[in-house]
Design a protein around this ligand. Structure first.
Ligand code: N01
Length: 539
């Protein structure tokens, strides 16, 4: 519902950006600076994207705050003081709000405005866009900055509408909060969101039923406040640090990957090494040996180490076994980090329901039923994730050449060139889209790379008098093949993950993110630009 104070967006712009998260704001700032009349529309009633919607207790980033931030302004990075190693959701949202104010972005953003459809007008070479509140906006360029993890996934459980209690999704958490005190709470989902929220609410609720389907690998996050000295050192070192992130495979400047194989050392040395990284690395634990994502035998050593650690943290060995992941490599699903997740199961008011042995059957008025029992609940939390990478791109009806919809074009899986463009949809660009490395590293580094690459392309095409940009179908096929080949050499495809589209029944099973690393991706993109954009048809 649009607020009564909503200002309608302009009817005609050079660039319409969809989404006012990190990507949309950076795009607006950069393109406005290049002299393009740019406007952002945002479905939410506030800016911030992911960090606006994911307000659940315990929500925080698992990338170091000093890396999960914009690098485009030296003044900004010098003046902002991150308080902790990993920033909480409220702190990140405050940062985004600060950026919007500091760079006077708000006048060019319209909130409460979801794009419902867009079609390419061949005659005018423009996108004609409609929004749910009823606006019509004509734009030469349409940039989807809608996020990889922004369309929530509701689990398909029979009878959910019959449940008499409150239902909330972690990624659509009410701004006013949810009263959980003393309540009987059920939570479905033990991915990164579930693993964050469970320890945070366990002490407050009366009883917590955790419905787990696939156990995850989680390592301690190692949150801690940043000292003044640490912060000053990082600020002084920012230029080199940003460069390191840009030229690394993951965009994580805070972690130096170990180039050694896990199999090149003996058992005692490997255990000592794992212990050391366990105590400090957080999300970077995956980088503690170079071949954890390429060699099953190497991966097994890390998986076994984590399983043993789960055993140490959970008092009841039978329960610990149920929490241990088996049957897929560590890191093939996105690894989780936690703040006392496993120890939470030692609490008398927390119960694990193993859905692999007792699957969910239905929801009733009272709560959730498995094949074994009915669990009476006051509040049901879905931490069931997202329709990843393509969900928000396919939500609006986008029609390109000859009225073909993006959904039709992507019926066998997303087709992009460099993760940024798709053939038959001229002047449509995607930030952090399928085929880009976005989800496999620090997304901020991907976002800034995309923003720069797209802006350079638009600026150069304008100066060359070639404002219309489409993708050569061959270039798109080659890129998709390259993305698949890159993943095929890794262990990623050995798990049912959202990287592969396994999270939504019926979604094409295609490995979506680019697994070749940010550094290699950047080099590919830079070469394409240097060579005059050979995969693009510009006129
Ligand atoms: O979602 P998920 P998420 N019945 O898809 C379960 C980022 N993030 O919101 O694995 C029962 O990972 C599902 O089970 P299964 C980060 O990139 C980052 O937690 O499909 N269970 C799984 O356990 C992350 O990877 C941070 O068997 C059902 C869970 O729901 C991404 O967001 C914090 C089910 C979904 O896990 C998504 O994380 C939070 C059903 N019908 C998020 N359907 C940090 O930076 C789904 N599940 C720390």
């Amino acid at each position: 519902m649009a607020s009564s104070t909503r200002q309608a967006p302009p009817a005609k712009v050079d660039v319409l950006v969809v989404g006012a998260g990190f990507a949309g704001l950076a795009m607006l700032h950069r393109l406005r600076g290049e002299g393009f009349h740019t406007h952002v529309v945002e479905a939410g009633s506030g800016i911030g994207g992911t960090w606006f919607w994911n307000r659940y207790p315990g929500a925080r980033c698992d990338v170091d705050s000093t890396d999960y931030s914009y690098s485009f302004s030296d003044e900004l990075q010098k003046e902002w003081r991150w308080s902790e190693r990993y920033a909480t959701q409220p702190e990140i949202l405050r940062y985004i709000e600060h950026v919007a104010d500091r760079f006077e972005l708000r006048p060019d953003i319209t909130l409460d405005t979801r794009v419902s459809e867009a079609h390419w007008d061949e005659a005018g070479s423009r996108w004609e866009v409609r929004t749910e509140p009823g606006d019509r906006i004509s734009a030469r360029y349409l940039i989807m900055a809608t996020g990889c993890l922004s369309t929530t996934k509701q689990p398909d459980i029979d009878g959910i509408e019959d449940f008499a209690g409150q239902v909330v999704h972690t990624a659509d958490w009410p701004a006013e909060g949810v009263d959980l005190a003393g309540k009987r709470v059920g939570i479905v989902g033990t991915g990164s969101s579930g693993i964050q929220v469970i320890p945070e609410i366990a002490a407050e609720v009366g009883r917590l039923h955790v419905f787990q389907r696939t156990p995850n690998f989680s390592v301690p996050a190692r949150h801690r406040p940043l000292t003044d000295a640490e912060r000053a050192a990082i600020i002084a070192e920012y230029p080199q640090r940003r460069e390191r992130a840009r030229l690394s495979p993951t965009g994580l400047a805070a972690v130096t990957p170990n180039p050694q194989s896990a199999l090149d050392v003996d058992e005692a040395e490997r255990q000592a090494h794992y212990e050391k990284w366990w105590d400090s690395a957080g999300f970077g634990f995956l980088l503690c040996y170079a071949d954890l994502l390429t060699n099953q035998e190497a991966n097994d050593t890390a998986a076994e180490f984590i399983r043993a650690k789960i055993g140490e943290q959970v008092d009841d060995p039978v329960l610990a076994e149920k929490l241990m992941p088996h049957g897929y490599p560590y890191g093939a699903k996105r690894p989780c980090v936690d703040n006392g997740y496993y120890q939470t199961f030692n609490r008398p008011n927390v119960e694990l329901i193993d859905l692999l042995s007792t699957p969910l059957v239905k929801t009733t008025r009272n709560g959730l039923c498995t094949t074994e029992a009915e669990y009476s609940l006051d509040v049901l939390i879905f931490a069931t994730g997202f329709d990843a990478m393509t969900g928000s791109l396919l939500k609006p009806v986008i029609r390109g050449h000859d009225g073909v919809t993006l959904r039709e074009h992507w019926r066998a899986g997303p087709l992009t060139y460099l993760g940024v463009t798709t053939s038959g949809f001229p002047n449509l660009f995607i930030v952090a889209g399928p085929g880009s490395p976005s989800l496999l590293g620090n997304v901020l580094v991907s976002i800034e790379q995309h923003v720069d690459w797209i802006s350079d392309l638009l600026t150069r095409s304008r100066s060359e008098g070639k404002p219309t940009i489409d993708t050569a179908p061959g270039a798109e096929q080659d890129w998709v093949r390259h993305v698949n080949d890159t993943a095929a050499h890794m262990l990623y495809t050995a798990a049912n993950s959202y990287y592969l589209g396994a999270e939504v029944p019926g979604k094409p099973r295609v490995f979506m993110p680019y697994a070749g690393g940010l550094r290699r991706y950047r080099r590919e993109c830079d070469k394409v630009a240097r060579d005059g954009y050979p995969g693009l048809i510009r006129n």
